[in-house]
Design a protein around this ligand. Sequence first.
Ligand code: ADP
Ligand code: MG
Length: 268
Amino acid sequence: MARAQRFLRSRRQGTTEAAADAPASRPRPRSSRPGVPVIDIQDVHKTYSVGDIAVHALRGVSLRIERGEYVAIVGASGSGKTTLMNILGCLDAPTRGIYRLNGLDVRGIDEDSLSDVRNREIGFVFQSFNLIPRTRAQANVELPLAYAGLARAARHERALTALHQVGLGARVHHMPSELSGGQQQRVAIARALVTNPAMILADEPTGALDTVSSAEVLGIFDRLNDQGRTIILITHEQAIAAHARRVVRISDGMIIADERGERAEALR
Ligand code: ADP
Ligand code: MG
């Protein structure tokens, strides 16, 4: 299944309303434990096999990201950014190395449970929006809540709140085709937010947008981070990375720099 579809899918079986919270038997990140990083990866490698050739996309990446951080992962095309995002988003498994998401070691978790973790803990934003066509903005935003088994009225309310948060309160009944690219991406951000995830993971979220829409979208990420959201933004553009408070540089499958600082004032 393509990554873009898989990120949305959660349980295969139908769920009851109470199942919005996972049963105790399922592995569950310990979100509330203070001092536990949202992301903790240690010496992660990813090797793709293409015929006889091994492509070493990640070569020993270690990274900790704490709650409330705004991190940009920057690197040239082919440096391994998307591979890293797929691993951070539990869409793909490392060849070697450890990944703890909110303290939970994700190795060995079966696909169903992993979908639950993904649906609950991670809000995805992609370059190509990945909205469901011919489906109104509000229904698009409700989708992860439907997978989580939330009742209809609660879904409506939370979707409306999320759409208001991204400034689209007046567009809730629009179809994706009736929205600009920037507005579509804001719907996607609302969808990423609606489950109240531990982090937002965005891969080149402004890659398909004009300058004005890009600024709007980045402004939303800035605001969300000001409100305490953990944001991980993957980009090849330096100006976009300047919105983050921490910039991690990746080259040839390795982290070559990890810099912290204030957000560039000029870009706010
Ligand atoms: P970026 O997102 O920074 O452009 P990627 O993570 O997409 O980089 O790719 C890193 C390296 O891994 C590249 O050399 C790319 O060709 C290779 N790669 C990525 N995905 C696959 C795949 N599914 N199979 C084989 N090689 C891949
Ligand atoms: Mg990429």
